[in-house]
Design a protein around this ligand. Sequence first.
Ligand SMILES: C[S@@+](CC[C@H](N)C(=O)[O-])C[C@H]1O[C@@H](n2cnc3c(N)ncnc32)[C@H](O)[C@@H]1O
Length: 316
Amino acid sequence: MRKVIVPPIKSQGIKTKLVPWIKALIPQDEGSWIEPFMGTGVVAFNAGFKKCLLSDINPHIINFYNEVKNGDLTPYKVRKYLEYEGDELSRAADEGYAHYRFIKDRFNKNHSPLDFLFLSRSGFNGMIRFNNKGQWNIPFCKKPNRFSKAYITKIVNQVAQISAITDSNWEFISEDFRKVIPNAKETDVIYCDPPYHGRYVDYYNGWEDEDEYDLFKALSQTRAKFILSTWHHNDYRENTMIEKYWKQFNIITKDHFYHSGGKIQNRNSIVEALVFNFNSEIKKHNYELIPIEEQLSLFEKKEKYAVSRLKQVVNE
Ligand SMILES: C[S@@+](CC[C@H](N)C(=O)[O-])C[C@H]1O[C@@H](n2cnc3c(N)ncnc32)[C@H](O)[C@@H]1O
């Protein structure tokens, strides 16, 4: 399996670690990949479809990717911008916070995709959150030297990779999911990763009973194949929406561990679920393909062990 393509924008719900698991379930069809809740786009960038329609209610995400796709935001521009603003950040008062505030205020007025990238990569814990006035609402990560040479190169490479993948077959739009799903055709694959019901909320991530019902209705009526990401249960409770809506479809689950803060004791676990409306031979729990590199290295390790064991036996 290819290495996971990591996008330049970060967010708390990013599915990077679950990509191999999701990918193993994706049916390859000749139609488009449709993702009505694209977020950072990590699943789409790794899904392997030629034609993609990606949408999100958050216009800043869409604006960013449209500029990368159109070539308005080049890796070169990103490097120059981050070198300049990163340097300003390292010399700013209040241990960098003064410049973070300056970029935040500027972004809240001009909505520049470069400022959006800056905030995404220097905000606390790589989170995206907007207040009820639609303004950026994440504090600074408190690292004035955030934009080191290596970090800038990493981000620039991520932008370059996305700019290489996205061509005229990729469409980025900012629409509510209710407008996107009904347009899917039979040969399309829809992947939905909505805000999780009863969990975090911000300006672009409100998710009420009514939204879950509308999503259920839209996915029940579609002729396309769909995959829905949701949570199944954690140590304290179950996701009641599974029982209410989703259990009539196929479901697979996987144990997932995540950090809700920097500290190791904040490691939490949750059982993730994929709900889907097509047939698959996939194992119900903890299914994952072992990446080919890992299989090879396991094989090499076994071989090395066998050789050294043989030498040992000969010398004994
Ligand atoms: C859990 S995140 C998706 C994360 C994404 N799969 C990733 O790996 O980065 C949910 C996304 O849905 C978007 N969203 C929330 N309500 C929406 C709606 N009604 N229609 C379309 N997008 C919505 C949010 O802005 C957010 O980016």
